[in-house]
Ligand binder design. Sequence first.
Ligand code: UD1
Ligand code: UDP
Length: 456
Amino acid sequence: MRILSIFGTRPEAIKMAPLVKKLETEPGVESVVCVTGQHKTMLTQELELFQIAPRFDLAVMTANQSLNCLEGRMVTGLDAVLEEAKPDYVLVHGDTTTAMAGALASFHRRIPVGHVEAGLRTGNIYEPWPEEMNRRFIDVVSDMMFAPTASSRANLEAESLGGRIILTGNTVIDALHLVCARLDQDDNLRAKIDAKLPPLRDDLPIVLVTGHRRENFNDGFGNAGGKGISAALVELAQSGKMQIVYPVHLNPNVRGPIFAALGKEKHVFLTEPLEYPVFVRLMQRSAIILTDSGGVQEEAPALGKPVLVMRDVTERPEAIAAGTVKLVGTDRATITSAVLELALDEEKRQTFTRLVNPYGDGLASERIIAAVTGKNYLPFASALPTGYRHPAKNSARHTFIARSQDVMADRRLSTSQPGLETTPADASAHSCLPGTKTPSLCCAIAQGGGCPRPTE
Ligand code: UD1
Ligand code: UDP
């Protein structure tokens, strides 16, 4: 079976890497990778880290590319790739223009598509824009939809689509496990990575910031008359109560305003986009994470870090229910007070280390491959919090309402709960590889290693 994986941006590369590495060694599978090159530097970083050698690279990135131009060039380029590679199955990830183009080009050629990270919804096609529409379209044409959580599965079920829905967990947790295991085991690597970070003080909490959403261009990243994201960061930096590290996305609509507003602030470190292990280490060392990113919302809860999300709505409601994520929008005053509240209360921050990560157990890639190749797999234990309501049926824009006692009740749902998909062994019982003997981070990742199955 020839499986073509198509991706093109940094987060897709991180989240597809564990899957691609496992496909490379899967008996009976010929794995082919096509990158669109929607991102350049930020994609190359990840391909090198995970040692992925794409057979096709469409190299479509141009400075400040428009969505229509990007999509058109990708669909045309992918058509030629599909003609040459003749895959039996195509895998795309998430909601980027690359994923949308990959699904459309495959649909036009009647090649079945598997959608990794399917079913995320905000219920508003302009938030995030254009991602919400991309993922809806991809699910409509998908043969298999790999839902990372019970709530994304419920979204898909509510839409009565034609494809098969499989609950897998999110592959980002597979990638995170690989990197964390290596960081945990290797003191030298940790020290080397720490040396790559800005000169951080020990006596001030670290606030890690990322931001790149198109909805936040202009007013959000710009100073917006002192009311937007930049204004909040200036105020927080000038409070002297924290140090801010912001690896700035390469999009010129982000870089320009952020460097203009924050470039000279004391207590603010603006960096280039960081290699994934360096970024993970920085998350580990941070007190608070302030972001509009999708992937970071999933990773930070797994690291026990509080996350404040600079959006009005999120397609990842699980961590809000679990209490590890809070929406703070893009208004200066709201961001500032939410960050200060946490920065000044270490005890409160500590409570986050004890909260549950709802996004995965490190075995999502295995489940996806098993489903595509028709093998058995261990179901992912994910309970749907009882406060959940499907976004499309909500009148309010915020899509998730869960009371803390509901969430606590859900956490108590065990493997014996009827009607729930569960792992045979307690998912928390498998360790994240502190004992693994892998020579280097690249090697561990390149070999597609991961957490052992709970039964092993
Ligand atoms: C894209 C995705 C978004 C995802 C994000 C991850 C779409 C519509 N958006 O947004 O869902 O969250 O990637 O980061 O698919 N650039 C570089 N070098 C790079 C990467 C980007 O210079 O390595 C600059 C270029 O000027 C490029 C611009 O950033 O034109 C925007 O890139 P693009 O992929 O269109 O959008 P993102 O904002 O990165
Ligand atoms: N990330 C990284 N280096 C950075 C910033 C982010 O490796 O400097 C990783 C992060 O850990 C996550 C992914 O990139 O896995 C998120 O990418 P991004 O925020 O660009 O996209 P989104 O997830 O919002 O689509």
